[in-house]
Ligand binder design. Structure first.
Ligand code: 6CS
Length: 339
C-alpha cells in the first residue's frame, strides 16, 4: 500500500534535487482596508498563491505603509513585491492612465464592465508596456463600482456646484473634470478627506458606494448624487525585476491567482452598491440619494467633451491610441453582453 507520508517526503526531496526556489515572503500593499474591495481581492490572491506555491504573501492594508503614493514608490523600488494603486493616483507617473477619468467613457453595467476589463486590448496589451517603463508589471485592472458624489448641499446642475470644493484623487484629469463640472477641485490624499470635510475645508468628494459606506463619508456629508460620470478602476502590479526573476512555475501561479481573484472580486461586488445604500440609510436615515436623469446629466456630459480634449492634449498620440482602443474594446464588450 502507498504510504502518503513517504510520498510527501519524496516530493520534497525531488524539489530539493531539482534546485527549486526557496520559500519566500512576498509583500503586497493596497489602498483600502482588508475587508474593502481591494482587500478582498488581495486576500483571494494570497489564498491562491499560498495554496499553489511554497511562498507566503503578507498583506499590508491602507495606512500600514503610508498613502497610495508611498506604496507605489515602495513597489517600484522593490521593497514591496505587489501593489494595488488606482489610476486616480497614477496620473502623473503614467499620464495615459488618466483615460479612466474621461467622464462618461466607462459604462455602469457590471457585466459589460467585467467583459471589458477581461478582454480589453488597451488594458491587457497597451497599458502593460506603459507600466513596464516605470518598472512595474501590470497584472490586472478591475472595476470597483459606480462613482457617486457626496456633498453637504444638494446639486443637480453644474451651476449648483459653483464654489463647492470637491476632493479628488491626485490626478490632473480628474481635477479638470470637476473644473468642467463647475466645482472647485481639491486634490488630496485619502487620509485627509474625512477631516477636511469635518472642518469644511472641502464640501464634497467622490467614491464608489461601498467606500462611502465603509469609510463613513455619510457622517460628514448629507447628499449622495449619481451623475453617472465614472466607474472606479484599480490596478494590481508587481515590481518588474522581481516578477522577471520568478521561475516559470511561480509566474504561472501568480497569473492564475490573479485570474481567480479577478473572478472572485467581480462576483463579490454583485449587489454591493445597493447593499451599501441600505447600510448607509440604516446608519443615517436622513441621507439623501439622488440619481440624475439622462436629461439632468446632459450638461455634465457636454462638459465631458472638453475633458476628453484635455486628455488628448496631456498625452498626445499615445493617449489618442489608447483612447481609440478603449472605445473599440468597450464597443466589443457591449456587443458581447447585449445578446
Ligand atoms: O478616494 C480614494 O482615495 C480611495 N478610493 C477608493 C475606492 N479606493 C482607494 C482610494 O485611495
Amino acid at each position: 500500500m502507498i504510504d502518503p507520508t513517504r510520498l510527501l517526503s519524496t516530493a520534497a526531496l525531488l524539489s530539493l534535487v531539482a534546485g527549486s526556489a526557496q520559500a519566500e515572503t512576498w509583500r503586497y500593499a493596497f489602498e483600502e482596508a482588508i475587508d474593502e474591495v481591494q482587500g478582498v481581492f488581495a486576500q483571494k490572491f494570497k489564498e491562491e498563491v499560498e495554496a499553489n506555491t511554497d511562498h507566503t504573501v503578507e498583506l499590508y492594508p491602507y495606512g500600514t505603509l503610508g498613502e497610495s503614493a508611498d506604496i507605489m514608490e515602495q513597489a517600484q523600488s522593490g521593497i514591496l513585491q505587489f501593489v494595488d494603486q488606482s489610476p486616480g493616483f497614477t496620473g502623473s507617473l503614467i499620464p495615459e492612465a488618466q483615460v479612466f477619468f474621461v467622464p462618461y467613457l466607462l459604462p455602469q453595467d457590471t457585466e459589460t464592465l467585467a467583459t471589458f476589463f477581461e478582454n480589453s486590448t488597451a488594458i491587457n496589451e497597451m497599458f502593460p508596456e506603459l507600466y513596464a517603463e516605470q518598472g512595474l508589471e501590470l497584472l490586472t485592472m478591475f472595476p470597483e463600482g459606480e462613482v457617486a458624489i457626496t456633498t453637504k448641499e444638494p446639486f443637480e446642475t453644474p451651476e449648483e456646484l459653483s464654489n463647492v470644493k470637491v476632493r479628488t484623487m491626485t490626478n490632473p484629469l480628474l481635477v479638470e473634470s470637476y473644473r468642467a463640472f463647475g466645482a472647485t477641485p481639491t486634490p488630496l490624499p485619502w487620509g485627509e478627506v474625512y477631516g477636511a470635510l469635518q472642518t469644511d475645508i472641502i464640501q464634497g468628494q467622490e467614491n464608489p458606494m461601498f467606500f462611502i459606506e465603509s469609510t463613513k463619508m455619510y457622517e460628514v456629508t448629507d447628499y449622495v448624487t449619481m451623475i453617472g460620470h465614472n466607474n472606479f478602476t484599480t490596478a494590481v502590479m508587481a515590481n518588474q525585476q522581481f516578477y522577471e526573476g520568478l521561475s516559470d512555475e511561480d509566474r504561472q501561479a501568480v497569473e492564475d491567482a490573479i485570474d481567480v481573484a479577478f473572478d472572485h472580486i467581480i462576483e463579490y461586488q454583485k449587489g454591493l452598491h445597493d447593499a451599501s445604500i441600505e447600510k448607509i440609510k440604516e446608519a443615517k436615515p436622513s441621507m439623501t440619494f439622488t440619481t440624475l436623469t439622462d436629461e439632468q446629466r446632459q450638461p455634465f456630459r457636454d462638459a465631458a467633451e472638453e475633458v476628453e480634449q484635455q486628455f488628448l492634449e496631456m498625452t498626445g498620440d499615445g493617449g489618442q491610441e489608447i483612447l481609440d482602443q478603449m472605445k473599440k474594446d468597450l464597443e466589443d464588450a457591449q456587443g458581447a453582453t447585449s445578446g
